[in-house]
Design a protein around this ligand. Sequence first.
Ligand SMILES: [Zn+2]
Length: 265
Amino acid sequence: MRKILILTLSLLTAFCSLAADDDWNGRKAAVVLTYDDALSVHLDHVLPVLDAYGMRATFYLTISSEGFEQRIQDWRVASYEGHELGNHTLFHPCDGSQPGREWVTKEKDLSLWSKARFLGNVEITNVTLEAVDGKKRRTFAYTCGDTKAGDESFLEDITEMFPAARGVNWGTESLEEANLSRLKTISVMDNTAEELIAQVDQAIAQHQLLVFLFHGVGGGHDSINVSQAAHDGLIQYLAQHRHEVWIAPMIEVADYIKNVRSTTE
Ligand SMILES: [Zn+2]
């Protein structure tokens, strides 16, 4: 029995060592903090905490939203501090024909749009964001995770336009698996700090890329929120575990993944 146990343990150790402790830019795991929809609470509740810990994130901005239009200078400052302003379209269209999407208005219903109209929405957002941060490259987040306008897929077009795009499918990915056309995410909704920290611990143990998706923080969203305390508890934990976790904006992690793949091919 004891021999079997030792054999099992040594096999497990051998298996685990396939993923190196420095896979992710010298750390065991990578965490990307993403905040969607250009909410004012991101500027008021999130940025002060991130900046206090010197931590940089990606904000996926919908440029027709109030939180963008009325706070352009604040977003510019955020970009100067090293945060990424990601593209989350002009009007935030979603496929209204999906179950549970009764809230989608006819004007913003992707099932009634053409691919050309959707890509125009994406392009105008790139141009506007460049006017804010001066950058020509940024990453993208699919609105509602949708990848089709009418019955035309725009997944390949988005893959060509951006170094990476984040979806809404639940999960974490290894360096080998990470699908830059549609990265997985852990969507945060009413979680405790302990639950969010458990996700980080799991990513460290499994050498994974963990992308958090936040909407409201301490309020700010109609239905998807997390408390300020839970959010801040996560940030504090990440700050304490920087020796194990690489925390960076999506574009830097995407470039890192591409670089590793091009040098190992
Ligand atoms: Zn969104």
